[in-house]
Design a protein around this ligand. Structure first.
Ligand SMILES: C[S@@+](CC[C@H](N)C(=O)[O-])C[C@H]1O[C@@H](n2cnc3c(N)ncnc32)[C@H](O)[C@@H]1O
Length: 342
């Protein structure tokens, strides 16, 4: 493995950005974590082509940008480090990101830009700078006394999620999941294509994201209004899906065993959504047992649940991420894997 990439992660949601990145990488390539610091993560990967990189940029939610990793040094060695820069396409620009709130970034950018121009002249070339449309954006991340340098490959597009906020969909309920979190949960399944089930599909927040990512979507909800509303939402985004009225505790009545490549769900968690007469912990545990039956062995379930629910399952616990939903509610996003032969 020779390719190293630097990922700038979102500062939201604590452990989720790194977990999402590793889950997405694991579908695409072999990889090794070199270093994770602040919100920077550097990986060596066996793949590096443009298809690989555009897939990452399309899928990731809690990553802000992707860079080809150039190297790192101590701040006092920066000038020396710049002499070792690999050749790059011009025009270029310099961006400096400071972590400790030091000011004067623009001044630093000009200073570093000047030093790099000197290096380019020593290569026997004339430096060309374009701040708006550079062929190479040379980015420096300064944390404490260390500098990390990368050539930017992609910014992760954020606007698309704005367009799919629950309020912009034809059918909306207070239980609707935010599209960004829905997509992160889908990413945590380590699945690219295939059949996905949300057995508590509600308005379809998860299924819309999965459908737009190219998966075959299936949903179940016990409430007819939700079933119809979910169909409307999918249709609005041009997604074909199979949405059935039914009970998440009896999925094997609706689907055959080992049918799904992944399951992603946010069951009722309290006041806002009905548990249809069941005790909440019972509802979770009985439905998870049923989910396990319709999930293929070796595949993943990602479930959002209140932190005080005690989940009992034979599936293997992979990871738990705590997430604050609002001032009074915290939930865990947990990843389980159905064991082979289970
Ligand atoms: C928290 S909401 C799901 C929200 C969904 N992720 C969204 O984005 O709209 C939970 C849903 O579970 C449904 N539900 C409650 N008990 C159920 C059961 N036993 N089987 C299937 N669905 C159930 C409710 O009707 C509700 O739509």
């Amino acid at each position: 493995m020779k390719n190293a990439f630097l990922f700038v992660l979102s500062k939201e949601y604590r452990t989720l950005p790194l977990a999402e990145l590793e889950a997405v990488l694991s579908v695409e390539t072999d990889f090794d974590l070199w270093e994770a610091k602040e919100n920077l993560a550097i990986y060596e990967t066996s793949r590096s082509g443009s298809k690989f990189l555009s897939t990452l940029a399309e899928r990731l939610v809690l990553t802000n940008s992707i860079h080809r990793f150039v190297g790192s040094c101590y701040l006092e060695d920066l000038e020396e480090f710049l002499e070792t820069l690999p050749h790059f396409e011009m025009p270029f620009r310099v961006r400096v990101h400071l972590y400790e709130g030091k000011e004067r970034t623009e001044m630093l950018e000009r200073e570093v830009g000047g030093l790099i121009s000197g290096v380019i002249r020593r290569w026997g070339k004339e430096p060309r700078i374009d701040l708006e449309n550079p062929r190479t954006s040379i980015e420096f991340f300064i944390t404490g006394n260390e500098v990390y340098c990368g050539f930017k490959i992609a910014d992760i597009e954020k606007k698309q999620f704005e367009m799919r906020r629950p309020m912009r969909k034809p059918f909306v309920k207070p239980v609707s999941l935010e599209p960004r979190i829905a997509r992160v949960m889908v990413n945590l399944t380590r699945t690219k294509k295939g059949r996905i089930l949300d057995p508590f599909c509600g308005t379809g927040g998860i299924l819309v994201e999965a459908g737009l990512m190219g998966m075959r979507v299936f949903g179940v909800d016990a409430d007819r209004e939700m079933v119809e509303g979910c169909r409307r939402n999918l249709e609005f985004f041009g997604i074909e899906g199979e949405i059935r009225e039914g009970d998440a505790r009896e999925l094997e009545r609706l689907f055959s065993r080992n049918f799904f490549d992944c399951i992603v769900t946010a069951p009722p968690y309290g006041r806002l959504s009905s548990t249809r007469g069941s005790g909440i912990e019972e509802l979770y545990n009985e439905s998870i047992e049923s989910m396990e039956r319709v999930l293929k062995p070796g595949c993943f379930l990602v479930i959002a649940a209140p932190t005080d629910i005690n989940i009992k399952t034979k599936m293997k616990l992979i990871e738990i991420h705590r997430q604050r939903v609002n001032r009074s509610l915290e939930r865990n996003i947990t990843v389980y894997q159905k064991v082979k032969g289970g």
